[in-house]
Design a protein around this ligand. Structure first.
Ligand code: HEM
Length: 418
């Protein structure tokens, strides 16, 4: 795969880039360059500097306001009347999903889809998620070293979503490829080749989904596609375009994100052996632990909106049409919201992280992602008496989606009672 940010960095003329960053620094005393080595090494250091020096920061590399305080990020995401989700993308690939629309269309679409994702509907999937995770972990039984991303982080979410959408197992690889290509759409900085890649993958996936839709039309099942199709047939509720883009969103939104939760979460635990031990000693902490892992190294680092009317936040004037970036990863480490925010503490009781967003676009798949992560972590702790990091992992390129490429671990099998 091409190194996305490397390719972009070589496209953006280094001199022009330096001029923009120098201007930004002059204007606000600090510059935010998401392509820098410093961000690649540890974005949280950079977020802290931004939050301390200029919490409502005008970024110039892409023109946007960058918010790093919890209070501001939370307020913007809640206020869909003044901060719109429409036109939030930095690239036009001709694709609009539920994520990119405001009420009333958003309300209508979300109401139709949300029935499949209520905690109750998702709990019906528990057994199946457990079976898939068990099968994947059985496949590495006996190995004392393996890549957790390849073994579990990658196949678990994609298999679950494919089953929910009714995609046959033999198409899984193509499905995964489209998902990875389209996920790039969330990134603010892309090369023209990548933009074209998103467009092509979207067309191919839509054509593929058409075949599934046709099959469900002939023979409905008890699945999401059949339910959406029924809504489409009821008339004005759902157009064919909305049906396909919703299927696409369910695939793309729940795949790499959940993989990153499993990967980033396990990495955080391995880097904090005391917390890992705590979780082993007190299995009841699993739920708060997964929340803390989401807060500590969020799979989605930022969320974009567009200002609908001129307004002011803490003395900064934001104009209609300007873009706003709520840095979720920074808000989650704001000391005003979380005591000792850079420490991993699985028994935290403070207010909730922003990793699933907030307000009307709050993650529809949150219950499913939590279920998958809990099953994954529980399975790993039950099977292995010890887990250690076997190699230093590398984070994939990307400003929005944050996750490791691979996570090699060394494990000791637990003696199972005969
Ligand atoms: C750890 C895993 C996940 C994370 C961190 C995550 C994160 C997010 C975030 C931050 C948003 C809000 C975006 C915004 O406000 O603009 C969102 C929305 C959404 N997520 Fe997730 N997500 C995860 C897993 C899933 C899963 C498993 C699914 C479904 C299978 C899913 C489906 C969606 C959908 C459909 C939306 C759009 C909701 C709307 O616009 O009303 N997500 N997610």
């Amino acid at each position: 795969m091409i190194n996305a940010l490397g390719a972009v960095a070589s496209l953006v003329k280094p001199v022009a880039m330096q001029v923009l960053l120098a201007y930004e620094r002059l204007e606000s005393g600090v510059a935010y360059n998401p392509l820098s080595d410093e961000v690649a090494r540890d974005p949280y250091v950079v977020y802290r500097r931004l939050r301390d020096r200029d919490p409502i920061h005008r970024m110039r590399l892409v023109d946007a306001w960058v918010l790093t305080r919890y209070e501001h990020a939370d307020a913007v995401l809640r206020d869909h009347k003044r901060f719109s989700a429409e036109d939030r993308r930095f690239h036009d690939v001709g694709l609009t999903t539920m994520l990119d629309i405001d009420p009333p269309d958003h309300t209508r679409l979300r109401a139709l889809v949300s029935r499949a994702f209520t905690p109750r509907s998702v709990s019906r999937w528990h057994g199946r998620v457990q079976e898939i995770a068990d099968r994947l972990l059985d496949a590495v039984a006996g190995q004392d070293r393996f890549d957790l991303i390849a073994a579990l982080g990658y196949p678990l979410p994609v298999t679950v979503i494919a089953e929910m959408l009714g995609v046959p197992a033999e198409d899984m690889d193509r499905f995964e490829g489209w998902s990875n290509d389209i996920a790039l759409i969330v990134e603010p900085i892309l090369t023209p080749v990548q933009v074209e890649g998103v467009r092509r993958a979207t067309e191919e996936l839509f054509a593929y989904f058409e075949t599934i839709v046709e099959a469900r039309q002939r023979e409905p099942r008890d699945d999401i596609v059949s339910a959406l199709l029924a809504a489409e047939e009821e008339g004005e509720k759902l157009s064919r375009e909305e049906l396909l883009s919703t299927m696409l969103l369910i695939l793309v939104a729940g795949n790499e994100t959940t993989r990153n939760l499993i990967g980033n979460g396990m990495l955080a635990l391995l880097r904090h052996p005391d917390q890992l031990q705590c979780l082993r000693d007190a299995p009841d902490l699993l739920e708060p632990a997964v929340d803390e892992l989401l807060r500590y190294d969020s799979p989605v680092q930022l969320d974009g909106r567009v200002v609908r009317e001129d307004l002011e936040i803490d003395g900064k004037r934001l104009r209609e049409g300007q873009k706003v970036i709520a840095l979720l990863g920074a808000a989650n480490r704001d000391p005003a919201a979380f005591a000792n925010p850079d420490a991993l503490d699985i028994s935290r009781t403070e207010k909730s992280h922003l990793s699933f967003g907030r307000g009307i676009h709050y993650c529809l798949g949150a219950s499913l992602a939590l279920l998958e992560a809990r099953v994954a972590f529980r399975g790993l702790l039950d099977r292995f008496a010890s887990i250690r990091l076997a190699a230093e992992p590398r984070y994939r390129d990307g400003i929005v989606l944050r996750g490791v490429e691979s996570l090699w671990i060394e494990v000791e099998q637990r003696d199972r009672p005969a």
